[in-house]
Design a protein around this ligand. Sequence first.
Ligand SMILES: Nc1ncnc2c1ncn2[C@@H]1O[C@H](COP(=O)(O)OP(=O)(O)OP(=O)(O)O)[C@@H](O)[C@H]1O
Ligand SMILES: [Mg+2]
Length: 112
Amino acid sequence: MKEILKVDSILKQFGKINAVSNLSFSVQKGEIFALLGPNGAGKATTVRMLMDIIRPDEGSIEYFLIDSSKSQIPLSSQLGYLPEERGLYQEIPIIKTLEFMGEIGKPDLSLF
Ligand SMILES: Nc1ncnc2c1ncn2[C@@H]1O[C@H](COP(=O)(O)OP(=O)(O)OP(=O)(O)O)[C@@H](O)[C@H]1O
Ligand SMILES: [Mg+2]
């Protein structure tokens, strides 16, 4: 089987709290992988590091998704992430939310 994700000895601290400590695992292509643990075990922190939302203080996370001939494709366009929270605005109708997301998904980079 082909390895598509390799996590090696990652550590994440928030102040004095060790949220994730010395975690290593790898995931094979086609494998369904689950992180289980009690409240506060560091699951969400690990997923946030896997999504590159936050960076580990130590250790490494490596993906092997990208076809080397297409190495310009950003990792973010190959990953999907459904967070615990729905991430919807209560005040805005769903169609307006979709339009808004569609627009910010294609920003006009000349504005920045
Ligand atoms: N942004 C943060 N600032 C400070 N401490 C944090 C932060 N995020 C997480 N922590 C702490 O890191 C530890 C791991 O939290 P995390 O949310 O990753 O656990 P979890 O396994 O997802 O828990 P749960 O099952 O309750 O969702 C906890 O002690 C938590 O209080
Ligand atoms: Mg959590």
